[in-house]
Design a protein. Structure first.
Length: 161
């Protein structure tokens, strides 16, 4: 009988994962990345099966994520960034286009992309989402990527049997 991961636990051992992290707002993105890496270890991903790539900012995450997803060397990608509202509409452009691109990468390549690019109104909100009162959105993005990769692995196994 197939298990469709309706619950919380699954085994991600053997998955190869890329984490693409924006350097911009690194006081936040480092904490998000730490949460993502800790969660991957908790779910059985070996340190040797994780590669971390640092890019200048959130807008550069999709091009690196796409290359990694297309090359067939990873089973999942976790995108980490922090876009904090400023005085101009640049915030909306970067956050919206980055999210759209990440979604398209997953659909086009079949490789799950966990979206841990947070968009907040201020630094305090970002801190709350990077291991503070609201949790760690980097860990949540890694969970989504791993969970989906495991589910796809299960579907592939069932359809090839």
């Amino acid at each position: 009988m197939p298990v469709t991961y309706g619950g919380d636990r699954f085994d991600a051992a053997g998955l190869r994962v890329a984490v693409v992290v924006a350097m911009f707002n690194d006081q936040i993105t480092r904490r998000l990345a730490d949460g993502a890496l800790a969660l991957a270890a908790e779910y059985g991903v070996r340190e040797d099966d994780i590669a971390v790539y640092w890019v200048p900012g959130a807008f550069e995450i999709p091009i690196v994520a796409q290359r990694l997803a297309e090359d067939g060397e990873v089973d999942a990608v976790c995108a980490i960034g922090a876009v904090i509202r400023g005085e101009t509409p640049h915030f909306e452009l970067v956050a919206g286009e980055t999210t759209r691109a990440l979604m398209e990468i997953g659909r086009e390549t079949g490789v799950p992309v966990g979206n841990g690019v947070i968009a907040t109104n201020n630094l305090a909100q970002a801190e709350a989402r990077a291991g503070g009162a609201v949790g760690n959105k980097g860990a949540e993005a890694m969970y989504a990527a791993l969970h989906t990769a495991c589910l796809l692995r299960q579907i592939d196994t069932e359809t090839s049997a």
